[in-house]
Design a binder for this molecule. Structure first.
Ligand SMILES: Nc1ncnc2c1ncn2[C@@H]1O[C@H](COP(=O)(O)OP(=O)(O)OP(=O)(O)O)[C@@H](O)[C@H]1O
Ligand SMILES: [Mg+2]
Length: 250
């Protein structure tokens, strides 16, 4: 599987939010890092067709996703950064509702939802209304919804925001597990979330892709350019982030 971006550009009025973004993603987890306003959510909203691109293309296995339409959307799982609240539904009702939106058969959905609730550790509160959920519990329901229907492309916009350390590790392991034979694009501000599970890291700044590579290679490159006050073993992705993305203009 292959998701290819060619000169993808998005302008909001005069604001250039995405600027000629070009790269190709294959199976595995891709960690998307960048400061506030870098264009991460904009990129994701273009993949999910929630907003219209200004120019460029997004190809799934060689075909533009706009041409594929519903065929592509059926293969897509998405967890948005801003959570729509369906406060009156219980967790189970919400997941049943989302599975019907995705066209899953009711009998299949029921079994799958039990499993998903188990994985995100919400079986005990499956009958509780979402309005009564904590922020982290809502996050976990949204993650369950995103991976329902076994999508081939999974877009997660800050999936671990608001999770406590234990749930964060649980989610990280779960995402790693489900990424086999899937393309997972995961935006986060928590570098440690993706350092361990990413095949590659994408660094974005001001709408452009600044660097892309395995965590090891990115660290090595930055270490070589550094003053070597740290050994290479002492360096991590935080150092890479600071080297490429930290400046005073953000
Ligand atoms: N609906 C919108 N209307 C106008 N401008 C927008 C809209 N959404 C995003 N922008 C602008 O586009 C740029 C990129 O925003 P985006 O939300 O993609 O950043 P981000 O990398 O997801 O940031 P964060 O880390 O804060 O989530 C910013 O300058 C932002 O102000
Ligand atoms: Mg965002």
């Amino acid at each position: 599987m292959e998701l290819e971006f060619k000169e993808l550009t998005k302008k909001y009025g005069e604001n250039l939010a995405l600027d000629g973004f070009t790269t190709t993603l294959e199976n595995g987890v891709y960690g998307l890092l960048g400061p506030n306003g870098a264009g991460k959510s904009t990129l994701m909203n273009l993949i999910t067709d929630n907003i219209k691109r200004t120019s460029g293309s997004i190809l799934y296995n060689g075909k533009d996703i706009l041409e594929l339409g519903a065929k592509f959307r059926q293969k897509l799982g998405y967890m948005p950064q801003q959570q729509g609240i369906y406060g009156n539904m219980t967790a189970k009702e919400f997941l049943m509702y989302m599975s019907s939106v995705k066209g899953v058969k009711r009998s299949d959905a029921k079994k799958h939802i039990e499993q998903l609730l188990e994985i995100v550790n919400l079986s005990d509160v499956a009958g509780k209304k979402l309005a009564e959920f904590s922020g982290g519990m809502k996050q976990r329901v949204m993650l369950a919804q995103a991976v329902m229907n076994e999508p081939e492309v999974i877009i997660l916009d800050e999936p671990t925001a608001g999770l406590d350390p234990k749930e964060r590790i649980r989610m990280r392991d779960f995402i790693k597990e489900l990424s086999e034979n899937k393309i997972v694009l995961l935006a986060t501000h928590v570098v440690s979330d993706i350092e361990k599970i990413s095949k590659e890291i994408l660094l974005m700044k001001k709408g452009s892709l600044v660097q892309k590579g395995t965590p090891e290679n990115l660290i090595k490159n930055v270490w070589q350019k550094s003053d070597k006050s740290k050994t290479i073993e002492q360096m991590d992705l935080e150092d890479v982030y600071m080297f490429y993305l930290d400046d005073n203009e953000n």
